[in-house]
Structure formats: structure tokens, C-alpha cells
Design a protein around this ligand. Structure first.
Ligand code: ATP
Ligand code: MG
Length: 428
């Protein structure tokens, strides 16, 4: 998906107020009615219409009026909210071309006002299989279905936390710069993924193989399994320096299926080197062994540190884990369906092209749930709306206070942060 940030400069504070109000309203509504928006944004009912129509014109909001009249954020609208924060922090001044596209994310080149280039990863969870997630409500502790917005935000927060933790422990991962909502800003890695590396000298092949296996073992001893350790997530520079990317699916060595995932990671490397570089190790018995690593586990358990961190940040990491599992299952199902029917395995891309269909099913579900609300008692509704209002007001006040507090030192913090990041990137 192209990230056209050109409208950013034409939008006023009030436009962003409305956009933020939609985001807040979406915490309890699939579609946010205009009356609620006006209340949250604290704008007159008449006045808000103009901002809404501008936001609709720029495709930042989606409107539905069939059964229930209201608005929801589009992917682009959510992107704009995150971009606005990075711009305010002085980290992004321009969005460049798309440099990568993953199953669940888009990757862009961005730069700050001093010309430093970064990589922006925008999580778009559920783009391909949102319908599966919404159907599999059971994993969401009975609170109704989570939105793509919510899942993408957890994926980004989780990935950023992993990246920070790994970097602090001297793992070869990109320098994490900042994160907001479903976006992560990180160092732009110098190199390409190993999918593009066709040839290597014999000694380099051997060294790289050893290095990758040692890296897997080291992660294991720290209690971690990457879970997607293959040529798509390993980058290599001209000089042969390896950088590991892509961590939302990372898991603990205590996971019930840890051995399966660990062995799968090992086999991905064995297969890659055999097929691509014709390299087969004589001593295949000496492959990293799950049992041996468990026996040699280090005291520094990063998986436990992460668990504490996610808990402290109130990050619903389990919801994401289950959603990712649901997606993997659906993907596997789609592949086997395609194989059975003899068609080419285009399930995922078909689903990606079918954004509108997903929207339709979303709206049907929205309609169902709204009917449910209609049937509820008036008193319940009134109390609920009072609660929402109170929460919204509290959040607004908190934000205002935070802004006020930060005002005096914002520039100092900004400059200090930038210097630290630039230094870390130079050192890497
Ligand atoms: N820090 C970075 N610097 C340069 N390029 C990057 C960086 N991070 C990611 N990329 C590029 O973007 C692509 C997708 O990134 P990533 O693997 O993180 O996304 P993903 O959605 O998780 O992918 P998938 O699920 O398909 O593995 C990578 O293959 C790589 O080409
Ligand atoms: Mg990847």
C-alpha cells in the first residue's frame, strides 16, 4: 500500500482532533456516530462536518450509513496519526519510496529534516486474513473481536520491545529509534535480504552458516526462539555483516511447541545453504540441539524480561500470539485448498485484494452488534455512555498534562534522543 503523506501539511489541528476522536471512539464502537465524535473532539455538531468531509476526501476516514451511521479510521487515517507524532518529535520530515512489503506490514524509507534516513515499518495485521481473526473470537477473552488497529498496535509494540531488548544485549538487529501506534522507526539496514544473495565464496559460506547457527543457539540460551528464521528475515551487507529482522512472532523457549519451532528455524538454515549455496555440513549431528540448549540455559532469560515488560505496559501479547497462530492456520488451509483445487496458491493475495469484502463482513458484524446494543436497556446505555465520556475526558486531561509537563524540555529531549540514535547507528 502506497503511503501518500502529501495531505499531512494541509491538515489543521482540528482535523487531527477529529481523527483522534474517531480513534478513541473506535475503542468501543465499530462505527463512531457523529454525535459522539463531536462530543469527544469538543467541536460543535455543525462545525465538525467540514473536518469530516475533508478527512473523507483524503481517504483518512470511512463512512457507513446502511444500518448504523458512523465513521471509522482507514489504514491511511491510522498511518497519519502515527506520522503526525513522528513529525512532531522531529524524526520524520519526508516519506520516500516503499522498500519492502511483508505479509503483514509495509516498509518505507523516510528521512528527518537533517537528511538522516530511517526505515519505517507499518504493521498491517489482518490485511490478508482479518476475516479469520474475526471469526476466531474465542482467543479474545470474550471481549468481542479485536480490530486490525488493535492487533497491529500490539504487533508493533511487541516488535519494538524485542528489538530494544536484543539491541541492548548486543544482538545484530537494527537500532530501534521510536514507535507509535502500529509503526516502528528503525535504522535503515545497509544490505539486502539473503533471498537476493546468490553466490558467496566457500569460506564465507562456511563462516556465515556457523554464525547463523551460533546466533540461534545464543538466542535459545537467552530463552528465545525467533520463529521465522529464514532468508526473508536475515539481511546481509556487501561485507557479509548479518542483521536479523522481523520479531513479532518471537517466542519463549518455554512455549509448549518450542522444540518444533526451534528445529524448524534450524532446518530453514540447513535447507537454505543446501539449496542456494550447495553447502552441506558433514557433521549434521552437530546441529544446534534444543535439549542441549535447555540444559545450558543462561541466567539472563530475555523471554522472562519481556514477559514482565509486556505486563507492565499492559500489552496483550497473548492476543497477538493467538491471532498470529490463527493466521498461520488459515494460510496453511488456503494453501492446501489451492493445491487440492489445482489452482495456484493465490489465497493470500486474493484476500489482500478483497479489502472491500472484508469491510462488508465487518459492517455486517457491526450491524449485528449494534442491534444488540439497541435491544439493551436504556439505563445500561446511559451508564455506558457516561463511562465513555468520563474516560475520554480523563484521557484528554492526562494528555494535556503530559504535554504541559514536557513543554519545557521537549527540545532538549528531542535533540538528546537524536544524538543517541545517530551514535548507535554509527557504532553498529
Ligand atoms: N531495517 C530495515 N532496513 C532495510 N530494509 C528493511 C528493514 N526492515 C525490513 N526491511 C525490508 O522489508 C522487508 C519486510 O520486512 P519484515 O520482514 O520486517 O516484514 P514482515 O511483514 O514481517 O515480513 P514477512 O511476514 O513477509 O516476513 C524485508 O524483507 C526487507 O527487505
Ligand atoms: Mg519478514
Amino acid at each position: 500500500m502506497k503511503l501518500d503523506a502529501s495531505a499531512l501539511r494541509y491538515l489543521s489541528r482540528d482535523h487531527f482532533r477529529v481523527l483522534t476522536a474517531v480513534e478513541m471512539g473506535m475503542k468501543n464502537h465499530d462505527l463512531v456516530p457523529v454525535e459522539l465524535l463531536a462530543r469527544i473532539a469538543n467541536l460543535r455538531h455543525g462545525g465538525i462536518r467540514k473536518f469530516i468531509s475533508d478527512l473523507m476526501r483524503h481517504k483518512l476516514l470511512h463512512h457507513e450509513g446502511k444500518v448504523y451511521d458512523g465513521y471509522r479510521l482507514t489504514y491511511l487515517g491510522y498511518d497519519y496519526l502515527a506520522l503526525k507524532v513522528f513529525v512532531a518529535r522531529g524524526l520524520i520530515a519526508g516519506v520516500g519510496r516503499q522498500i519492502g512489503v511483508g505479509k503483514e506490514s509495509d516498509i518505507y524509507l523516510v528521512n528527518d529534516d537533517e537528511g538522516r534516513r530511517y526505515c519505517l515499518k507499518v504493521h498491517r495485521l489482518g490485511r490478508t486474513s482479518f476475516r479469520a481473526i474475526k471469526k476466531k473470537r474465542d482467543y479474545h477473552s470474550g471481549k468481542g473481536s479485536p480490530s486490525w488497529l488493535y492487533l497491529s498496535r500490539i504487533a508493533a509494540a511487541k516488535e519494538f520491545a524485542w528489538m530494544k531488548m536484543l539491541r541492548e544485549n548486543k544482538y545484530p538487529v537494527p537500532v530501534p529509534v521510536d514507535s507509535n501506534r502500529h509503526c516502528i522507526l528503525m535504522q535503515l539496514v545497509d544490505g539486502t535480504t539473503m533471498t537476493q544473495v546468490r553466490q558467496m565464496g566457500d569460506d564465507i559460506v562456511e563462516n556465515t552458516y556457523d554464525y547463523l547457527m551460533r546466533l540461534l543457539e545464543r538466542l535459545g540460551r537467552n530463552g528465545l526462539i525467533h520463529g521465522d528464521y529464514n532468508e526473508y528475515n536475515l539481511m546481509m551487507s556487501d561485507k557479509g555483516k548479518i542483521t536479523l529482522i522481523d520479531f513479532p512472532q518471537m517466542m519463549s523457549m518455554d512455549h509448549p511447541n518450542a522444540k518444533v519451532y526451534f528445529d524448524r528455524d534450524v532446518q530453514c538454515i540447513v535447507r537454505l545453504f543446501r539449496k542456494r549455496f550447495n553447502y552441506v555440513r558433514d557433521d549434521e549431528d552437530a546441529l544446534p540441539s534444543f535439549e542441549k540448549i535447555v540444559a545450558e540455559m543462561s541466567d539472563k532469560r530475555l523471554d522472562n524480561e519481556a514477559k514482565t515488560h509486556f505486563k507492565r505496559e499492559k500489552l496483550d501479547a497473548d492476543v497477538l500470539e493467538k491471532a498470529l497462530e490463527a493466521m498461520q492456520l488459515e494460510e496453511a488451509q488456503a494453501c492446501s485448498d489451492a493445491e487440492e483445487s489445482g489452482s495456484d496458491a493465490g489465497g493470500a493475495s486474493d484476500a489482500a485484494d478483497n479489502g472491500a469484502t472484508d469491510d462488508e463482513s465487518d459492517s455486517e458484524e457491526a450491524a449485528e452488534s449494534n442491534e444488540g446494543v439497541e435491544q439493551g436497556s436504556r439505563r445500561k446505555k446511559k451508564a455506558k455512555s457516561k463511562n465513555v465520556k468520563r474516560r475520554v475526558q480523563k484521557e484528554m486531561t492526562d494528555r494535556r498534562n503530559r504535554r504541559r509537563k514536557g513543554k519545557t524540555s521537549r527540545n532538549t529531549i528531542k535533540n538528546r534522543g537524536r544524538r543517541n540514535v545517530a551514535q548507535a547507528i554509527r557504532d553498529s
